[in-house]
Ligand binder design. Structure first.
Ligand code: CP
Ligand code: NVA
Length: 334
């Protein structure tokens, strides 16, 4: 059908690797428009279904407000209250929801289920966090860093302190895509997944970003331009709480660690924070905390993501370069 964009999912930040600079540019423009109170109805008449298996404050609210601000509508669906919670398959849920809405965002325990939903949905599917990635978070994170580094990402170094988790996975891929150096300090037993590190290394080889891994928070923080931390116990990992709290002892972003970073360094946290564990009140509430801007930027980032997935893309000037952005997964029969 003319004017209907091919379905495009956002399951990993790597799905947008080549376009991240333009996604960030759009998010920044949408942020400026909102500050001027400009009305924008780019998604008028569009509906988003939001399936959540886990709790959420920022992701849920920012998606809902983003749809509303852009003239559309969002439907919140707690997975426990859907028939999904009583055994209806992910595939059947995808096929039915695709008949009602224009896009589906899904926060899931298992990445495989997000992939399965995308496989069977005929509308774009957005990963709203799973056990492997949190790509929407990282669009907002890169927007927050871009605002503070007007000269760009090159020759900037971000230090990750903590768990080799879903947020670090997306951050590794995102940083590698935009040419931002990243050093991750994690306990040896909590390093990021090798497959994600390998994919990030391939992106970094193209952008020139350097990726490094250490078990020493001090080594990572020394001279860094920004420190980023996240909870030690992610949703779904609660059964490992005691072991994790022991393993992450010493991986706290506090005044001492921040003192090792560059003089202008700032601190990122995707939130919710476990104050007194991975970060102190003093740092999170202090003048070098970027966490509140980062949380706000979720809204502007979601709008950019929704527009980019839902609105028709301009046709390429010549055949070739956009081919690599097309879906390559085999489409199942609906
Ligand atoms: N950072 C983030 O995704 O927060 P929520 O879990 O509140 O959505
Ligand atoms: N790593 C955390 C992020 C929460 C937004 C989790 O998965 O619980």
């Amino acid at each position: 059908m003319a004017g209907v964009p091919p379905k495009r999912d956002f399951l990993s930040i790597a799905d947008a690797a080549a376009e991240l600079p333009s996604w960030l540019e759009r998010a920044a423009r949408l942020k400026a428009e909102r500050a001027r109170r400009e009305v924008r109805a780019s998604l008028a008449g569009r509906n988003l279904a939001m399936i959540f298996e886990k709790s959420s404050t920022r992701t849920r609210t920012s998606f809902e407000v983003a749809m509303q601000d852009l003239g559309g509508h969002a439907v919140f669906l707690s997975a426990a209250e859907l028939q999904l919670g009583r055994g209806e398959t992910v595939a059947d849920t995808a096929r039915v929801l695709s008949r009602y809405v224009d896009a589906i965002c899904y926060r899931a325990y298992r990445h495989e289920n997000v992939v399965e939903l995308a496989r069977w949905a005929s509308v774009p599917v957005i990963n709203a966090l799973d056990d492997v990635e949190h790509p929407c978070q990282v669009v907002a994170d890169l927007l927050t860093m871009r605002e503070r580094w007007p000269d760009g990402f090159r020759h900037r170094r971000l230090a990750w302190i903590g768990d080799g988790n879903n947020v670090l996975h997306s951050l590794l891929l995102g940083a590698a895509a935009v040419g931002l150096d990243l050093v991750a300090a994690t306990p040896d037993a909590y390093r990021p997944k090798p497959a994600v590190v390998q994919a990030a290394r391939e992106l970094a080889a193209r952008s020139g970003a350097s990726l490094a891994f250490t078990a020493s928070p001090e080594q990572a923080a020394r001279g860094a331009d920004a420190l980023y931390t996240d909870v030690w116990v992610s949703m779904g990992d609660e059964g490992e709480r005691e072991a994790r709290e022991r393993a992450f002892h010493g991986y706290q972003v506090n005044g001492r660690l921040l003192g090792l970073a560059a003089r202008e360094a700032f601190v990122l946290h995707d939130l919710p924070a476990h104050r007194g564990q991975e970060i102190t009140d003093e740092v999170l509430d202090g003048p070098r905390s970027a966490a509140w801007d980062q949380a706000e930027n979720r809204l502007h980032a979601q709008k950019a993501i929704l527009e980019l997935l839902l609105l028709p893309r301009p046709r390429p000037a010549a055949a070739g370069p956009t081919r690599r952005h097309r879906r390559t997964r085999a489409r199942p029969r609906k």
